[in-house]
Design a protein around this ligand. Structure first.
Ligand SMILES: [Zn+2]
Length: 177
């Protein structure tokens, strides 16, 4: 951090605040402690009959790879509304959320994924701005080598396992390398 975002003073110091247990950037002028915390990425796996809807990314990172519609949660929205918004932005599709499916942490890059399952309303979808194409896949058609992120592989594998076993759970996982 180069400047205090509160008062503009240069070079906040990186040290452990009184009563805390880890270093933070602290402004030596206005004493503001600049906390940073993980980002939430919210998304939803849209389901239609025996298929799931994936989006091929038109943006970096992982441009050209398939993904469960997901993106950074915005201020002022609930995590489920954020998931629905992402499905609309990436796939021009509407979903009815049917449950929480996966919580997936990536501590190395300070990200937490929340993935829901949702019924694709009327089976309708298009191609949003952040996608090159969108497609409904049966399990055996999933392009496993071309999936964008560990979180999406986790979500898809657990979804198909649950479906095979007739179960539905909230799956907790992470990428810890
Ligand atoms: Zn300051």
């Amino acid at each position: 951090m180069k400047f205090c975002s509160n008062c503009g003073t240069k070079e906040p110091v990186f040290k452990i605040p009184k009563g805390d247990n880890r270093p933070r950037f602290i402004c030596h002028n206005c004493d503001t402690i600049h906390y940073t915390n993980p980002n939430i990425i919210t998304g939803c796996l849209p389901i239609w009959e025996d298929k799931v809807l994936l989006c091929k990314r038109s943006i970096e990172p992982r441009l050209g790879y398939w993904n469960v519609p997901s993106g950074f949660m915005e201020n002022g929205e609930t995590v489920e509304d954020g998931a629905k918004r992402e499905v609309w932005e990436e796939a021009e599709a509407k979903v009815e959320i049917i449950g929480t499916h996966a919580l997936f942490s990536i501590p190395r890059i300070n990200q937490v994924y929340v993935h829901f399952l949702g019924n694709l309303i009327d089976g309708q979808y298009g191609v949003g701005e952040e996608s090159l194409e969108t497609e409904l896949f049966m399990e055996e058609e999933i392009p496993w080598e071309g999936i964008a992120f560990h979180s999406s592989i986790f979500t898809l594998k657990r979804f198909f396992d649950d479906r095979k076993n007739g179960t539905r759970k909230v799956h907790i996982g992470g990428y810890l390398q």
